[in-house]
Ligand binder design. Structure first.
Ligand SMILES: Nc1nc2c(ncn2[C@@H]2O[C@H](COP(=O)(O)OP(=O)(O)OP(=O)(O)O)[C@@H](O)[C@H]2O)c(=O)[nH]1
Ligand SMILES: [Mg+2]
Ligand SMILES: [Zn+2]
Length: 384
């Protein structure tokens, strides 16, 4: 039985993480529109001064700071320092030489030590070992090669809209498998409930409440909603969402156009993330957010959210068909009771999972998702 590759499982688009090699070839972009949250004062300082005219410091400064990689831009990385600054850094040559081909040397979310070269720039001296990752298979490479999208995440928020775009629950299952496979707790956020009301949203997503996933029903547009009583729940859940984020690194993911950036803005308006123009999302999302990027929230000590573009493919960097069942939390209790140890729960006799589906203990929709992932059916993901 062949291994499922990420390409079979899903197709990442939108996530424009680059491999280490690709990064090297990219010039530093000058289009400031490309960076949301870019500090303009710094930008003038950095781009407008011709590099050569800057006098080199005579003595090498020894000052170091620690921080978290907030954004990757070609050879340069924005580092959110523990002092609360955002500085731009390159990687020290020694580290570049040490890297191996398979490894993402520096990823958004990495904790780093920086030797300061000036108040606003420095060299990344060392990178701490990652405690967790959200990864995908490097696109276009058949051997196992991990591309880290976000390093050290604590949890994943999987955002779907109750409408516009219409939720695709088989897609939600895929996101949940990705979270489980990366051993990351998942929280499901059902956004845009101003469009349907809470009850309609609940009836679409109740299965996931039953599975035990935390669900929040929100409206990033709550203040514009028709009546206050209609969305009072959404306001309460937005408050709960804010609480959930404190002191964690949270990856915000989900299809394009569901309101990921709008939600982060609703929680902390000062971030002012770019939100897609009002338009109709008829299954086709327009990727407004272009790169994974960390934002520091002004709560707790170290609270970060990673706004990612609408992600189609990610996460499953290596999954054996025999272990896929473990990542469906409703199947997990049954997988060890199958007759064959490597049962794929597809056709084998005496399969406890299929028995559980027959007994109504596992929903047919979830089992359908499982089979689609197992067989590499990619659910017309190009539509997203
Ligand atoms: N009615 C309604 N519209 C919303 C809500 N949240 C976001 N929108 C709208 O949905 C559209 C998409 O919002 P974004 O925040 O850009 O969506 P996104 O998930 O970040 O999309 P990508 O960056 O492309 O992945 C925008 O037109 C928002 O104004 C909501 O709660 N209710
Ligand atoms: Mg966005
Ligand atoms: Zn089985």
């Amino acid at each position: 039985m062949p291994r499922l590759t990420a390409a079979q499982l899903v197709d990442t688009l939108g996530v424009e993480t680059q491999t280490a090699t690709a990064r090297q070839e990219l010039p530093v972009p000058r289009n400031t529109e490309a960076y949301e949250g870019w500090d303009e004062a710094f930008e003038d300082d950095y781009f407008d001064a011709p590099a050569k005219s800057k006098p080199k410091p005579k003595k090498k400064r020894e000052r170091t700071v620690s921080g978290v990689v907030a954004r990757a831009r070609g050879h340069h990385f924005d580092i959110a320092t523990t002092n609360g600054d955002l500085i731009t850094c390159r990687v020290r040559g020694r580290l570049l030489q040490e890297r191996t081909k398979e490894l993402t040397l520096v990823a958004v979310g990495d904790r780093v030590q920086v030797a300061l070269e000036s108040k606003r720039s420095g060299l990344i001296d060392s990178i701490e070992e990652r405690e967790s990752t959200l990864s995908r298979q490097v696109p276009g490479v058949t051997r196992p090669a991990e591309d880290v999208i976000v390093a050290n995440p604590d949890q994943v928020l999987v955002v779907f809209a109750v409408k516009n775009p219409e939720p695709h629950l088989r897609m939600l299952d895929r996101f949940l498998v990705i979270a489980e496979a990366n051993e990351l707790p998942a929280v499901i956020v059902v956004n845009k409930i101003d469009l349907t009301g809470l009850e309609a949203a609940r009836s679409k997503f109740h299965l996931y409440e039953e599975l035990g996933y935390p669900l929040l029903y929100t409206s990033a547009k709550e203040r514009m909603a028709a009546g206050p009583e209609r969305c009072s729940e959404a306001i309460a859940d937005l408050g709960q969402l804010r609480q959930l984020l404190i002191d964690k690194l949270t990856v915000v993911t989900g299809p394009s156009g569901v309101g990921k950036s709008a939600l982060i803005n609703a929680i902390h308006p000062h971030l002012n993330l770019r939100v897609g123009e009002p338009r109709r999302y008829e299954g086709k999302g327009k990727h407004t957010t272009r790169n994974a990027q960390l934002f520091r929230l002004p709560v707790g000590a170290e609270t970060f959210v990673a706004d990612t573009p609408g992600i189609r493919e990610l996460g499953l960097y290596e999954i054996e068909p025999g272990s896929l069942g473990f990542y469906f939390i409703d199947m997990k209790p049954f997988v060890n009771d199958c007759h064959y140890p490597n049962c794929t729960h597809n056709h084998e006799p005496n399969c406890a999972v299929r028995q559980a589906v027959g007994d109504g203990k596992i929903s047919p929709e979830r089992y359908d998702s499982y089979l689609r992932i197992l067989t590499g059916d990619n659910l017309q993901l190009d539509e997203w």
